[in-house]
Design a protein around this ligand. Structure first.
Ligand code: AMP
Length: 303
């Protein structure tokens, strides 16, 4: 069946040194699904308000994403606004309006209750847990979160983290969650909380994978044009989970390749605002960039 994802669908207002977008299509589940759709089947569970443009739903459909689980309810769609300075690695949140997410209770329909893979994209950890409780045990449960929830709902987050297999988190959030400055120590502490596999995203510098006792490092691809880093983490997770779902198993070799596919998809996502760059990639675009990642850190070992 592929991946079931629950997370935010949003209208984002974002300003970077390279431009601005007002109420563009965003949200953790959106960026994730657009990215994963190049690798596997995806079903989304989320909520939007009556003001959510139909064209955005059509875009998701055009990528063959199953959107039956996106409810449209009275009220306003979730909105997030943020800005980035020249150091594009850190988003400064200006405003978060949960709106319809405030009273959202995800109901997983019978046809979505047996996913092979479950991704709990960044959203209230209480909602993430309620989804875990409604599905029969998938091959892998992965979760993403952010400082907003680490600071605001830490106890709920810890309860949810206990039930998952894998977490994707950025380096600042890993430090915030564990109180450790060393990422190795932070990863070990998170492993002690539940998940045996940790992916720490390091923005333009790449990502680290900790799986049981193994550590793997993926480089960040130097890019000429980064316009908007919003959704980099979610599109990373989409490529990462999409590859795991396509292969169908979770061993070290698959996880390493998945980290690179995640990095490939994130590198595309940041080249345009919103999800624009993920609208029309080809298989060749993805393969070519994958090769760039391999070449970037390959060297002769004669030392
Ligand atoms: P990232 O991949 O971390 O850049 O995620 C950016 C996306 O997360 C944006 O499209 C936002 O709409 C969404 N987002 C921001 N804050 C929250 C939040 N507190 N809960 C859920 N989604 C959020």
């Amino acid at each position: 069946m592929g991946i079931l994802v629950v997370g935010s669908v949003a209208l984002d207002t974002v300003e970077t040194p390279f431009g601005k977008i007002t109420e563009g299509l965003g949200g953790s589940a959106t960026h994730f699904s657009m990215s994963a759709s190049y690798h596997t089947n995806v079903s989304m569970v989320a909520v939007v308000g009556e003001d959510f443009p139909e064209a955005h739903l059509q875009l998701l459909k055009s990528r063959d994403i199953d959107i039956k689980g996106i409810q449209k309810v009275p009220g306003k769609t979730f909105r997030w606004s943020g800005r980035y300075d020249y150091d594009l690695n850190n988003a400064q949140t200006l405003q978060t309006d949960l709106n319809v997410f405030e009273s959202f209770k995800p109901q997983i329909s019978a046809d979505l209750k047996n996913p092979d893979f479950l991704f709990l994209a960044n959203i209230d950890p209480v909602l993430q847990l309620s989804v875990i409780e409604q599905v029969s045990k998938p091959k892998l449960i992965a979760l993403d979160t952010m400082n907003f929830w680490i600071q605001g709902k830490k106890d709920d987050l810890l309860k949810t983290i206990k039930k998952i297999d894998l977490i994707t988190i950025n380096e600042g959030e890993a430090r915030l969650l564990t109180g450790e400055s060393s990422l190795l120590k932070a990863a070990r502490k998170v492993q002690a909380m539940g998940p045996k596999t940790i992916v720490i995203k390091q923005g333009e510098y790449g990502a680290l994978l900790f799986h049981e006792g193994h550590v793997f490092s993926a480089p960040g691809l130097p890019l000429e044009d980064v316009k908007d880093p919003t959704g980099a983490g979610d599109s990373f997770a989409g490529g990462f989970m999409g590859h795991i779902s396509k292969v169908g198993k979770v061993d070290l070799a698959t996880l390493k390749q998945a980290v690179i596919l995640g990095s490939v998809m994130a590198s595309f996502n940041v080249e345009q605002f919103s999800c624009d760059r993920l609208k029309s990639l080809t298989k060749e675009d993805i393969q070519e960039r994958f090769k760039l990642f391999v070449a970037l850190s390959q060297f002769e070992s004669t030392y």
